[in-house]
Design a binder for this molecule. Structure first.
Ligand code: SAM
Length: 339
């Protein structure tokens, strides 16, 4: 496409932005073909990008981190809401020109920083130097994470962020920052799955301990370019003022992972693998007794509180048997198989 063709299809994208070519035209102009390894599926429909940003609530005058802006569809919708400071983190350098175009066009209304890098390594605690730190029990911090996430790393990112929430680190060093994120539909449904739901899993329990998650709406796969094989759910996550536990995230994560590791079996089976074979039977019995949980329940039948009671019992047993803390069933299994 020539630049005159682009000029002819120029659209006005909002009060604070001068007329810009459409995202679709920019993608064509810069020949931005999607790279599968980076989970690139672009949203070109402005109504949908606006809807995602609306799901984040009032972001005007706030500090916003956008994960994986790509060609900048959601970025435009964010800019139109006039945040005070927008930081975008994008791994693929091919998007820098389209993002710089947005940064220049919006420079009179807000500060926009473009970070070329990997979100898994980005230090969010340094992102917003002008943002005050809010008390956790006070109102929510004016900090929002928004992103049409790369599917390949979305679960890992969510677990990392929940850990940061639990430790009040990263974006949560500013206080209770909120998240508005896309996930593959099935993952979005799992995040909010209540007790007894068939798709309840580790993600559901981990989320519900530290946050309130809400599945806002679905976006059909056909709205993305290229079209993924799945539909997409937009989830909003607000950290709880008072989490359901004070046990360290890493302990809870380990125990909950074991509880859900054998979904079709009694939950006792997964929990037993927390312990080395010589102590397994005795400590597993003790765990369920201390936790007052039915060892013959299936994992999806356990409430969040019951999972936490199991984690509490495990923590107590580690205190009296320190040698079990670093026992790793998987590593041991692999070693045995190598023999
Ligand atoms: N926000 C754009 C949209 O909605 O059209 C693009 C979304 S696309 C699903 C995911 C984006 O995340 C891509 O631009 C991709 O390059 C970027 N990405 C993938 N892995 C990343 C990583 N580790 N760190 C930062 N960005 C990443």
């Amino acid at each position: 496409m020539t630049s005159s063709a682009v000029a002819s299809s120029i659209v006005t994208t909002g009060a604070r932005l001068p007329p810009l070519p459409t995202i679709r035209d920019l993608v064509r102009l810069y020949k931005l073909r999607a790279i599968k390894q980076l989970s690139q599926n672009f949203l070109m429909d402005e109504r949908l990008t606006n809807k995602i940003v609306r799901a984040a609530g009032n972001i005007s005058d706030s500090h916003v981190l956008e994960v994986g802006p790509g060609p900048g569809g959601i970025t435009r919708s964010i800019i139109k809401k006039c945040p005070r400071h927008l930081v975008v983190v994008e791994k693929d350098r091919r998007f820098l020109p389209t993002l710089e175009l947005l940064s220049e066009a919006s420079s009179s209304s807000l500060r926009m920083d473009i970070v070329r890098g990997d979100i898994l390594e980005y230090r969010t605690e340094n992102a917003f130097p002008d943002c005050p730190r809010y008390d956790w029990h006070d109102k929510r911090a004016p900090v929002h994470l928004i992103g049409n996430l790369p599917f390949a790393i979305s679960t890992r990112l969510l677990i990392n962020w929940l850990r940061d929430i639990s430790l009040k680190m990263g974006a949560w060093s500013y206080g209770r920052a909120s998240l508005t994120l896309t996930f593959q539909k099935e993952v979005a449904e799992r995040i909010v799955a209540p007790i007894l739901a068939e798709n309840r899993c580790r993600l559901s329990v981990m989320n519900q301990i530290w946050s309130r998650a809400e599945l806002k709406f679905m976006i059909p796969g056909k709205a993305f370019v290229p079209k993924p094989d799945v539909d997409v759910g937009v989830v909003s996550i607000i950290p709880l003022k008072t989490p359901l536990t004070s046990i360290h995230f890493d302990v809870v994560e380990k125990v909950v992972r074991h509880i859900f590791s054998m979904r079709q079996k009694y939950c006792r089976r997964g929990v037993a693998n927390l312990y080395p074979p010589p102590l397994r039977e005795e400590l597993t019995n003790l765990t369920f007794r201390l936790a007052d949980v039915d060892p013959l329940a299936r994992s999806f039948q356990l409430s969040t509180e019951e999972c936490l009671r199991i984690a509490g019992a495990y923590e107590k047993l580690v205190r009296s048997n320190p040698e079990i803390e670093y026992y790793n069933y998987r590593a041991q299994k692999n070693k045995d198989e190598d023999l």
